[in-house]
Design a protein around this ligand. Structure first.
Ligand code: SF4
Ligand code: SF4
Length: 349
């Protein structure tokens, strides 16, 4: 594995170079204290120690709303619309990259999602080892503290002024060396990076997570369809959809068409949808196959803990903790719900 040492002082020059070729997005702290990925400018102060970005990164691949087709009813022609800017996401934490890797698999299955895949193809990802753990996060207990693929470079801060940078792709290495040669990392620097990873992982574990091995979750859910927990918790659900909107692994969307007022041209577009919204499962004839909040609430946990697992062998929750923060009713916490189910199923058996 090739790795370099990069000094903090080199980074502004590199960012200038990268921004000449790509739309560069980095984590920043906003005036209210929240972290978010924004377009980099020379004035941006990068939040190297951010714990969690409040918006997930799926929006860079699957925007909240996008055109997918334009049509002309006079010529009877339709053209696909694919808008895939060349972009660089710098500072992606491992659990968020695992979420992106999941979307890569899921959106390639069946009929591949050409818009998503074109954006992914045009995106360079520089992962960043977190130095802090958000109070709502529980990613280590879900098995998402490490990522082995999907990044072009992997940055670990090993001192206040330097990073250990592992190369994940040729494109990443070329960008890293765009402003000139850099020293290869030493064995001691590699060890320092490893220690930093273990330190952060230990902190995530210490903070608390699942009380059982995450691999047991699908089996746990198999026994939990009739659990009273679904009804008890969902009594407080506002059906607002915040939990699915912020989730980095939720990817449902609705497709619609719009025709211009002169009825000559039109477009097809898609926009985010979410299984917690009452209209999600509403179909023709006013039938709703998940009419009650309890059914929607249960579905979300089955989706994260079983249905995605059945497709790709991983849980559909990476433990980022965004939904925990976003839910004003305090009922959207997968860690708490799965632990509650575990206790009800096994501890009291
Ligand atoms: S379910 Fe919640 S904690 Fe899990 S990945 Fe989605 S937003 Fe993050
Ligand atoms: S679980 Fe919470 S965030 Fe999700 S829809 Fe219900 S109230 Fe909204």
């Amino acid at each position: 594995m090739t790795a370099y040492t990069v000094s903090m002082e080199h980074i502004p020059g590199l960012l200038e170079k990268w921004a000449g070729e790509l739309d560069v997005h980095v984590p920043e702290q906003d005036p209210d204290g929240f972290y978010n990925f924004i377009a980099w400018t020379p004035e941006t102060e990068i939040a190297w120690d951010y714990d969690l970005a409040y918006n997930s990164l799926k929006r860079f691949f699957l925007p909240p709303k996008e055109d997918t087709l334009s049509f002309d009813m006079e010529t009877m022609r339709a053209e696909p619309v694919v808008d895939a800017p060349k972009q660089l996401l710098f500072g992606v934490h491992p659990y968020d990259l695992r979420a992106i890797n999941q979307l890569d698999q899921l959106l390639e299955m069946g009929e591949p999602d050409v818009n998503y895949l074109a954006r992914r193809q045009n995106t360079v990802i520089f992962a960043l080892e977190p130095s802090r753990v958000a109070p709502t996060s529980f990613w280590a207990s879900m098995g998402y503290d490490r990522v082995d693929l999907g990044y072009d470079l992997y940055w670990t801060r090993i001192s206040p002024s330097s990073f250990y940078v592992e190369v994940g792709s040729t494109a990443g290495e070329e960008l890293l060396l765009a402003a000139g040669a850099l020293p290869q990392a030493t064995g001691m620097e590699r060890e320092a990076a490893k220690r930093e990873r273990l330190r952060v992982r230990a902190r995530s574990i210490k903070q608390g997570g699942l009380k059982y091995p995450w691999q047991e979750t699908p089996r746990l859910l198999d026994k939990s369809w009739e659990s009273p927990i679904w009804r008890n918790n969902s009594k407080y659900c506002l059906s607002c959809g915040s939990c699915v909107t912020v989730c980095p692994t939720c990817y449902c969307f609705d497709v619609r068409e719009e025709v211009d007022v002169d009825l000559k041209k039109g477009k097809r577009f898609r926009e985010w949808d979410g299984c917690m919204l009452p209209s999600f499962a509403l179909v023709a004839g006013d039938h709703n196959f998940r009419e009650h909040a309890m059914e929607r609430y249960r579905h979300r946990y089955f989706r994260k803990g079983k249905y995605i697992y059945d497709k790709i062998g991983e849980l559909g929750c990476v433990g980022c903790g965004r939904c925990v923060r976003a839910c004003t009713s305090r009922i959207a916490n997968p860690k708490a719900v799965y632990n509650e189910l575990w206790e009800a199923t096994y501890d009291e058996a």
